[in-house]
Design a protein around this ligand. Sequence first.
Ligand SMILES: *Cc1c(COP(=O)(O)O)cnc(C)c1O
Length: 391
Amino acid sequence: MNIFKKAERLKRVPPYLFKQIDNKKAELVSRGVDVIDLGVGDPDLPTPAHIIDALEMAARDPANHKYPSYSGMNDFKEAVAGWYLKRFGVSLDPETQVISLIGSKEGIAHLPMAFLNPGDMALVPTPAYPVYNIATLFAGGESFFMPLLEKNAFLPDLDSIPADVVRRARILFINYPNNPTAAVADPDFFKKVVRFARDNDIIVCHDAAYTEIAFDGYRPHSFLETDGAVEVGIEFHSFSKTYNMTGWRIGFAVGNPEAVAALGAIKSNIDSGVFRAVQLAAIEAIEGDQTCVREMTEIYKKRRDLMVNGLKAAGFDMDIPKATFYLWVKVPSPYTSADITSILLEKAGIVVTPGSGFGDPGEGYFRISLTQDTERLEEAVNRLKALDFRR
Ligand SMILES: *Cc1c(COP(=O)(O)O)cnc(C)c1O
């Protein structure tokens, strides 16, 4: 008998599809190949200095060394509510409608534990951030996968979900601006989502990690701007992408008070809140000068244009994203996502993410992250042009 025999929930985790790429990359690096990694969704830019200063000061204050409150400091929750009002015109009660998170991933992962019983279903987009499905499985639930297809502008087709699935569904996950497709959602889609959720008693969980990274004058919406959204939904936000704070582990959830309270009840039995100094730095991030966000967006826009033009010149095809720091590029025929990923790595030393790794309907695409400086991206473009996928 193996004493480390895994629990069923761990056995249900799908295999890590990027392991092969990671191994191959490590092998190339060890051979001295100059690998350009366009795979990871982790900003290369540093956290703005004024935010680091705020952390430094706060970290020196012994009052901040104690256990924080479970749901977040009042000042933090008020800052979040203030930002929502200013940014989205959405008014929130800081006490009952805002909760701090140890990164939005943590909150998203815990939400199904608050609402799913064994056998309940969650409606999960695919391709997608893997957490929605895995958190559903961990909670004992089952995922119904909603394909995100180009013909539907990478929005789920709610009308096509079978009635028996809708009856069993308790949570609907959505994510716009979207990772990995870089698609955005308009207010009409959110209206449809609210109607669907109300008609079928389903909680909407909107992952809004990329609302602040948008281009050409486009301003992504909060789901909570939609009439009736607060009656059915909870929205997750992150400091990770907006302020280059992936390593700091802070995010928040806002919206329906019952959803926020239930998530808080799970969390208070698992973690003990976010380090107060990190919360104080996060307050500085959203209440301080937002020039850093505009500058960051400008940098991503330049990279986007460079990469879109370069990829097109090299024979690739893709939509020009209005938001996020990803490009969702079509795989040229006759290749598969896995083929192109291997070819780009072996022949050009470029790491990209195969679309199929985010779910089956991602086959036929690969994802590029714009998280390298323009010099490295230019080098990547030159290598791609040398391969020449034009026909
Ligand atoms: C990066 C990302 C997050 C943010 O995760 P944190 O835990 O806040 O760092 C959430 N959702 C998606 C889709 C992401 O790409």
